[in-house]
Design a protein around this ligand. Structure first.
Ligand code: HEM
Length: 453
């Protein structure tokens, strides 16, 4: 029955229209600042490769070429634009460093993200979702984007970086807001490799936010040092880590860089995945009903635990399809540092190679009815046949998201907990997707919640 119903109603939720004709320089800048995804040409959705005549930018959407950039020829493609954009905030932490500097930081953090470690976090995921839903009133319209940020922030604070500092959540929320708003100019300057003396709108506000945030994280570090024992969480591991080359421990600046990286990379993204997923379920009630049924079948009335989460197959399919249509990280960028060839195209050093995950996930030749919401694409047997570089919400290659398994477990546990408690309905607001550092819904994500008996 559910299957028949789904076949009849196809949901094609809001999408970004590519420019109708080639853009002048001025039109490019104006559109880019509003939404960096709005300049991605139609060609990128239909072919493997697109250029902006006269500018050192290319968009790459063909799986073989993506593989070359992220894996086979990665030495020729560095993360300079991303580092330029994020290093004022994140210094030279794991996300914003390269080479040997990156490698040991990655090795130091990796053990915390092993599957057997992650299972212990499930109660914290469930508790964060329950706390959130406990504050909801039946029939009210909730700012779901903010609610999800709250829940995923609580998770990071409880699992990876426990602290007694009550000022931290406020500081993070303020500064991420400032960063997202000033982010479009930062992205443009970074991708276009603009000279550093060029005045950049929003830079002053950003500097203030960075000071506030780094100050709060320094306080957590001081608190832990004063306690005497490093602890078993992420901070404890980072405090004990030693550079294999030099035997040195991380200094305070490096520790703050990494703590901030995990705070920010670890909650904004998952919050956006959940926000868009709830929106899609609000628009596709037949799918919401299937998930309710699955959750009841797998977990009954009892407490949700790690073994249940693994068996919530349809719930995970929905999250994956949501991240296909609305990838939380909508664009990745690399800079060519040596001459390279991508599918016969010559790439000169200095070229910005943009991997528009959003367009890769809606490519006309690789996805059937690419704008349609269809979680059946991720049914296990079909997913197993999917080419690796066609779907990459977490990136690929050695720099693939270290938090991938954490995020999937967290998103599934939070979603299941929320669906046990409430149903969601859309409002008149149409949330257009806009690329900032993450993919945000313009105007937020108001959804009406009705509490389940
Ligand atoms: C749905 C949620 C998430 C999405 C979609 C996501 C996406 C990504 C992507 C695309 C990258 C690669 C960037 C690049 O190569 O340019 C990345 C890297 C990273 N992510 Fe995530 N992420 C998510 C959740 C998390 C979580 C929960 C954590 C930590 C708890 C985390 C920590 C990181 C870190 C530290 C890196 C840098 C890894 C490195 O450079 O070695 N992410 N993420």
């Amino acid at each position: 029955m559910a299957g028949e119903q789904l076949a009849r109603v196809t949901l094609r939720p809001p999408r970004i229209e590519p420019p109708a004709r080639p853009l002048s320089r001025l039109a490019f800048v104006a559109r880019f600042v509003r939404n960096p995804l709005a300049v991605v040409p139609r060609q990128a959705y239909e072919e493997d490769y697109a250029t902006l005549p006269g500018a050192p930018i290319v968009w790459v959407t063909g799986p073989e070429m993506i593989r070359a950039v992220l894996l086979d020829e990665r030495a020729k493609f560095e993360k300079r634009a991303q580092i330029r954009l994020l290093s004022p905030l994140l210094g030279k932490g794991i996300l914003t460093s390269e080479g040997a500097d990156w490698k040991w930081q990655r090795q130091a953090s990796a053990p915390l993200f092993r599957p057997q470690e992650l299972a212990h976090f499930v109660p914290a995921f469930v508790a964060a979702a329950r706390r959130l839903a406990a504050g909801w009133r039946d029939g009210e319209v909730r700012p779901i984007e903010r609610d999800m940020t709250q829940a995923t922030f609580d998770v990071i604070a409880a699992t990876l970086l426990p602290s007694a500092d009550a000022a931290m959540p406020g500081a993070i929320e303020r500064s991420t807001g400032v960063f997202q708003r000033a982010g479009a100019w930062g992205q443009l300057y970074a991708v276009a490799d603009a000279p550093r003396w060029l005045p950049q709108p929003g830079l002053r506000a950003m500097a203030g936010a960075v000071r506030e945030l780094r100050g709060a994280v320094h306080a957590i570090l001081a608190e832990r040092r004063a306690a005497g024992a490093p602890g078993e969480d992420l901070l404890g591991r980072l405090l004990r880590a030693r550079d294999p080359e030099t035997g040195q421990a991380m200094n305070d600046a490096q520790l703050v860089d990494n703590l901030l990286t995990f705070y920010l990379a670890g909650h904004e993204t998952t919050a956006k995945a959940l926000t868009w997923t709830l929106y899609l379920l609000a628009r596709a009630p037949a799918w919401a009903a299937r998930l309710e049924e699955e959750i009841a079948r797998v977990a009954g009335d009892g407490e949700l635990d790690a073994s249940h989460v693994e068996r919530l197959v349809l719930t995970q399919q929905v999250i994956k399809e949501s991240m296909r249509l609305y990838p939380p990280v909508p664009l990745m960028t690399r800079q060519a540092v040596a001459e390279a060839r991508l599918g016969g195209h010559l790439i000169r050093p200095g070229t910005s190679v943009v991997l528009p995950i959003y367009a890769i996930h809606r490519h006309a030749r690789r996805w059937e009815d690419p704008d349609a919401f269809d979680p059946e694409r991720f049914a296990p047997a079909r997913e197993a046949l999917m080419p690796r570089y066609q779907y990459l919400p977490f990136g690929a290659g050695p720099r693939i998201c270290i938090g991938m398994a954490f995020a999937m477990l967290e998103a599934t546990a939070i979603l299941a907990t929320l669906l046990r408690r409430a149903r969601f309905a859309p409002t008149a607001h149409v949330p257009a997707p806009v690329a900032r550092v993450t993919l945000i819904p313009r105007g937020g994500m108001p959804l009406r919640v009705s509490l389940r008996p």
